[in-house]
Design a protein around this ligand. Sequence first.
Ligand code: MN
Length: 738
Amino acid sequence: MSKNPLGWNGKSLKEMLNESEELIEKTKRYYGIEKLSLKEKDPFRYERSYASLRGALVSARETALHVAASPIVKEIGELCFALYTPEGDSIVVSTGILVHVHTMSEAIKFMIREDYEDDPGINLGDIFLNNDPNCGNVHTTDVQTLIPIYWENELIGWAGGVTHQIDAGGITPGHDLVSAIQRFDDGIYYTCRKIGSNDKIWKDHMINAKRAVRTPMYWELDEKCRMAGNLMIRDAVLDFIKTEGIDYYKRFMREAIEEGRLIVLERVKERLIPGRYRAASFFDIAFKNEAWQPRAKIDKISNMPIEIVIGEEGGISLTFDGASGSGPNPMNCGKGAMEGGQWVLLTQILIYGDKVNDGAYFAVEKEYPLGTWCNPGDPYLSYQSPWGNLIPAYTGMMKSISYGLFSRGFREEVVPGYGFTGDAIQGGGFYSSGPLKGERWSLSTFEISGQGLGASAVRDGLNWGYAMWNPEADLGDVETWELFQGGIPYLARRVKPNSPGHGKYRGGANYEGIAMIAYSREVDFFGAKEGLCFHGSGGMHGGYPHGTGYRLYAKNTNMKEIIQQQADYPLGDPDPRNGQFEKYLKADITRKPYCSIYPIILENYDLVHFAMSGGPGYGDPLERKPERVEQDLNDGIYTKDIVYNVYGVVAEYDEVKEEWKLDESATKARQQELKNERREKSLPFGEYWEIERKKITEKKLGEAATRMYSESIALSTNWAREFKEFWKLPEDFQMEVK
Ligand code: MN
């Protein structure tokens, strides 16, 4: 029992949280709300109330990011704010990086369960900081500031803001660290720490925080940004209560969340067909030759099977039963990451529009099996780059929901997946000359927030315009990225050919870039993305997955001479088999078939190439209109050889008009040839099954795949049984990595 209860009617926060959970459990409705009485009585007042609170949050966000914020926050809006009930359920959220709305909810619940109201106390004006992935965060890079809101002597809610940092003080510079394998590599951890009182951040905290990261100025700016937004939200809530009354506010918050839950159920009934949906997704972690740490030298594929059951009443339940294991890599996911990923996608493909809040969270049942990458149960592992698993894993949810949308006839809503928002390039160094000599620069081109979206069942995917974690996808300006990563100016940025997945409707296309190290010393460089296997669950109804990533860089180059002589230099890597790096440079050129690399050291005049992701395609490529393919050639989206091989399109380049021209009769003939080839090469399922089965029984699967299956078999009896049944394997079948 709390000594100084902060909750309503003399209750402690813990009592309020327990009561809320019991009511949900018992009634299956948020807080046991049976009737939206405020809405029924005066719908105009109710809707106006919601709109005014949402408006306050959006304006807090817009203002705060201009008051003070690091470039990464300011340029692409890597922040969001939310308003919570005393128990930590979100009522209303701002625009922005919606992945974080339920994450802060878990942090508030953590503080309540740990009796923070007794020790360290939750007083008016107190400030709490959290970035612990085991207490409702995604990774240490995302930093949350939470403040309580009081009306008289009762705690009536919380305001929370989150921003993504450029550096959190981890094992190497950067914000999604490839080389972190344990908690102690992840950078500074703030586990729901009190860092201020009376609306002031304590000086000792700020001194400590600024010494704990490599970009202290940005850290301080962003702390101020989050605090400014939170204070604006608190003021707005108090103004709201002055106008509408405290009793109205208390009832309103409950009804708004219950309405959020009901909206999901209604939308699901309207858009999907009840039943079981399944999809498989994968991600390669090829660290055998990359990792520094002996126990991290492992090649594996992450297995991310998802099963979604849509109930007749509109309920959604999902499970990752059969997922492969956690491990010594940074891609382990805590609950905050899993909830965040789910949240951001559901709000975009199913629950967009009206009340967006934790009602959606309560409408979805989920299972993250213990010991897997999505619930390791070990806070000492690294959670620094959960995105490696999270991003591919949830393409399965998108694809499953797309099957439902398609079946109901919402063909334009179908999205079979999205490009991998991999950290194209990361790292940092020091300026070796110029006015900033000795200062550190950090590399984080957040143009990764503009990837290719998957095609729908009626049109091509959006080009360079989607990020699964931030619906406000924006590439940002090269000039802004250059401003704070000055030691690595861009040499080129252009459309990367052949990035979109093929199909009747192709996936979204994307860019590639080349940058050069300049005026710097001690430059660390690394990157992460899928490379050896397709990320996510691929295309749909015959559409192809999009092109995978790879790594390309050049050391010891002759760029100094090239610049002096104003000679040609690489502007891209449109055809890796005839690379411009190889053509124009005298250098040590490295090409790796995988994309995730541990940090390397670069020197001035070294070049790095990076490519953003395309999106998966929809439908059979042979059904794509040849005129559309001709347009793709003219837009630089596909190359001649690829459209010949995949689409059966024959086109010639007209040197005078400088455009591609379709050869209609040659195209018809080539397409017939491809159809014949399909007929000749295709196998009956039984034969195909035999061939694939032999790979298992004769132990011919590669090490990475073997490790994946062995982990899934060990972690899930259901999955193991189904695997053995499907492949007709003996009961005692085991899969072991030699
Ligand atoms: Mn982040």
